[in-house]
Design a protein around this ligand. Structure first.
Ligand code: NCD
Length: 323
């Protein structure tokens, strides 16, 4: 990989945020600016394969207190593709086990000259607590079941690439809506850009209360399927559930797994998405996950572009005039 000086320009004056905590508080214009910036980085780096130096001298710390494959790697690669240094903190083997508080740990990491902290934690609101206590930028990489803003953004970018416009599309989020941060971030982002959103799953995981957010609630996938332009298949988050929300995984798969038979009832142009990790045979069968309608691996690639865009925008606003 070569480091090349490509003229990226400066962060637009209209962008003023230095933290990314959720999609709930972002405007449609801000979301669109992030998506456009992600496309710009994709082009400037041959699909995020070449390295730039726009964040050289900056340091990004990953603070992950929950398991992660895609998000952690993607944030680290995105920071490096922009020329930043990265530090990886893992909670096991840290001084948290010696009684240090979470805030003290974060402040100590910041004191080493970190410009941005990427945090994943099982407790909702943790990134907000960090943002109140740290000077550096804070990026939410998933706070319990609350939000996962970069996942929402990369999902929306993937849909926009395939369909050009988000407005007017019908997007169904299928599965464990109750415990899914991906669902919440998708709902906020998609609604702001004018999509019709359906949340669909067993009644123990999909409450009627979701209607208050302006989404349609459905319990029968086969009924809504012919109207859907996009299906985002969410994993059942067993690790967040006190009790099993349905009699058996087999019954769940029978009612909600996207399989070949269901594909026959869907629009020819349907997009099959999943944030990953996928459980083959539970929310999606291998023939669909690996089939021609699946954009699951495009989502992963877009994650890199979205995270490059977000890091560049947040750090650009935080250090305006210094570059
Ligand atoms: C999701 C997460 O961790 O919230 N995965 C991801 O970030 N790609 C969804 C999940 O764990 O099911």
């Amino acid at each position: 990989m070569t480091t090349e000086l490509i003229e990226i320009g400066t962060v637009p004056e209209a962008w003023t945020r230095t933290d990314l905590l959720d999609l709930e508080s972002l405007t449609a214009e801000e979301i669109t600016l992030i998506l456009d910036t992600a496309e710009m980085f994709r082009e400037a780096t041959d699909g995020c394969t070449r390295r730039l130096s726009v964040l050289s001298g900056r340091t990004v710390a990953n603070l992950f207190f929950e398991n992660s494959t895609r998000t952690r790697t993607s944030f680290a690669l995105a920071a490096r593709r922009l020329g930043a240094d990265t530090v990886d903190f893992s909670s096991s083997g840290s001084s948290l086990s010696k009684g240090e508080t979470f805030i003290d740990t974060a402040k100590n990491i910041e004191a080493m000259g970190v410009d941005a902290v990427v945090v994943r934690h099982r407790t909702p609101g943790t990134p907000y607590l960090l943002a109140q206590n740290l000077q550096c930028s804070v990026l939410n990489a998933g706070d319990g079941p609350h939000e996962h803003p970069t996942q929402g953004l990369l999902d929306i970018l993937t849909i926009r690439q395939q369909r050009k416009e988000i407005a007017g599309l019908t997007v169904a989020l299928v599965g464990d809506i109750a415990h899914s941060r991906t669902a919440r971030s998708n709902i906020w982002g998609l609604k702001k850009l004018g999509a019709h959103v359906i949340v669909c799953g067993p009644s123990t995981l999909v409450s009627r209360a979701w209607e208050e957010l302006g989404v349609e609630v459905a319990y029968n996938l086969d009924e809504i399927l012919p109207r859907c332009d996009v299906l985002n298949l969410l994993r059942i988050q067993f690790e967040r559930q006190a009790m099993r929300p349905f009699p058996s995984v087999r019954e769940y798969a029978h009612l909600y797994a996207m399989n070949g038979q269901r594909m026959a009832k869907a629009k020819d142009s349907i997009l099959i998405m999943a944030p990953g990790p996928i459980n083959r045979g539970v929310e999606v069968t291998p023939e669909v996950a690996d089939g021609p309608h699946s954009v699951i691996l495009h989502q992963v690639s877009n994650g890199l572009a979205v995270r490059m865009a977000v890091l560049w925008l947040l750090l650009g606003a935080a250090h305006r005039g210094e570059y």
